[in-house]
Write a protein that binds this ligand. Structure first.
Ligand SMILES: *Cc1c(COP(=O)(O)O)cnc(C)c1O
Length: 401
């Protein structure tokens, strides 16, 4: 069907809601995915569809064997950087989880997950035909996952089904409170029971140091667009050698007439995964990512500073473990909610006030509590954000200590 020209107009000159250059963006999921300059340039070079496939080796015809650009070397470096043996780039963190669950489990098996796991962990389990057993989370204000309970949950699965769970999954840094879990505790338990340990590093790998060996992870999953200064969609699946045969099993299908077979192709990856511009942004940002994880403690310092400043406003308090050890932060902001009740813009007043100061990324309409992420902001920007919140609080007559 021919789409009329006037309807095609809407696709012209596509623009974002705001530009990263002249706004301070606190959006929790967006900070770690801001592109490096190298990645920005690379996107233009490799924007064409199958642009990385100029030199695809005819024998294996597989993405991970391409040497120009250095995809093959990148996979090796990526694995080493994460303290793992093998790495693959997939579309998203959730796909990495799905692949791990699908290849490690048999339909009907359980996977044990922390009660703060991301929704995509549950959906990945469902699509893989697995059931979910949750590890409990403690109450307010810390919301700590009871890591020792992984053992009793594995026992529970064993009692119920007569078999071990297909895997246990821990969200290294949860998306709600930005708590950093001690993965080693779960790594040890998983090892004792002989259950594969999947560590979901969507909010950790790429921004903070992560060493899979040290943490006892068998599988690490990551998100390029969330934490590796890469374009969407990019995800990371890193494994230990011991799981290679299971997770990266080769295809065994054969055409009944043509007898064609595809024995080089990795089944769960459908042969090849993310190519072109997204993969190239991940590669182009890699040197910067390797360097930036070493500056993690300063990133956390900035967050702690902002939290201290925000808590000068009476009634505001940070949720989750204190002091912060991650840049993703959840604050309870009851006083702003009280202001919203008497404001004609209701909950949107805070968004308006911030927006007029060129600060964006706090969910519009939210005032009771909200999340923000300071990753990669300069000290100057942090101070500006802190001053802005204080200014807004004072404007509406809140007590500031
Ligand atoms: C954001 C997030 C994801 C989703 O990542 P995708 O790469 O978009 O699939 C998964 N897990 C956690 C903990 C997240 O915070």
């Amino acid at each position: 069907m021919r789409i009329p020209e006037e309807r095609l107009e809407r696709y012209r000159g596509l623009k974002r809601e705001f530009s990263e250059e002249d706004h301070i963006n606190l959006q929790p999921i967006q900070r770690g995915g801001v592109l490096s300059e190298e990645a920005m340039r690379a996107i233009l070079e490799f924007g064409d569809g199958y642009s990385v496939c100029d030199w695809c080796p005819p024998k294996s015809a597989r993405l991970d064997a391409i040497e120009t650009p250095p995809v093959s070397q990148f996979y090796t470096d990526l694995a080493e950087f994460l303290g793992m043996d093998i790495a693959r780039v997939v579309t998203r963190c959730r796909e990495a989880k799905f692949i791990a669950f699908r290849m490690l489990g048999t339909p009907g098996d359980y996977v044990v997950v922390d009660g703060l796991a991301h929704y995509s962990s549950y959906i990945a389990a469902e699509l893989a035909g697995l059931r979910v057993k949750e590890v409990p989370v403690g109450g307010s204000p810390e919301f700590r996952v009871d890591l020792d309970a992984y053992a009793s949950k594995i026992d529970e699965v064993k009692r119920e089904t007569g078999r071990l769970p297909a895997a246990v999954l821990l969200t290294h840094v949860d998306y709600q409170y930005g708590n950093v879990n001690d993965a080693r505790t779960v790594g040890k338990i998983a090892d004792e029971y002989g259950v594969p340990f999947v560590l979901n590093c969507a909010y950790s790998a790429g921004v903070m140091p992560v060493d899979g060996k040290e943490l006892g992870a068998d599988v690490i999953t990551g998100s390029g667009h969330k934490s590796w200064a890469a374009s969407a969609p990019t995800g990371i699946l890193a494994l230990n050698k011991s799981l290679e045969e299971k997770v990266l099993r080769r295809a065994s299908v054969q055409g009944d007439l043509t007898k064609r077979a595809f024995a080089a192709k990795e089944l769960a990856l459908l042969g090849c995964t993310v190519m072109g511009a997204p993969l190239i942004t991940l590669m182009a940002s890699f040197p910067e990512v390797v360097r930036r994880v070493e500056r993690w403690s300063e990133e956390v310092e900035k967050t702690r500073h902002l939290v201290r400043e925000l808590e000068r406003i009476e009634g505001i308090r940070q949720l989750g473990v204190k002091p912060k050890s991650h840049t993703l932060t959840h604050v309870e902001t009851e006083p702003f909610f009280e202001v919203s009740q008497r404001h004609k813009r209701k909950g949107y007043f805070l968004y308006d006030e911030l927006r007029s100061r060129k600060i964006v990324g706090i969910q519009p309409g939210l005032t009771k509590h909200f999340k923000f992420n300071t990753y990669g902001l300069t000290w100057e920007q942090i101070r500006y954000v802190a001053d802005s919140f204080i200014e807004i609080a004072e404007k509406y007559g809140l007590n500031v200590h």
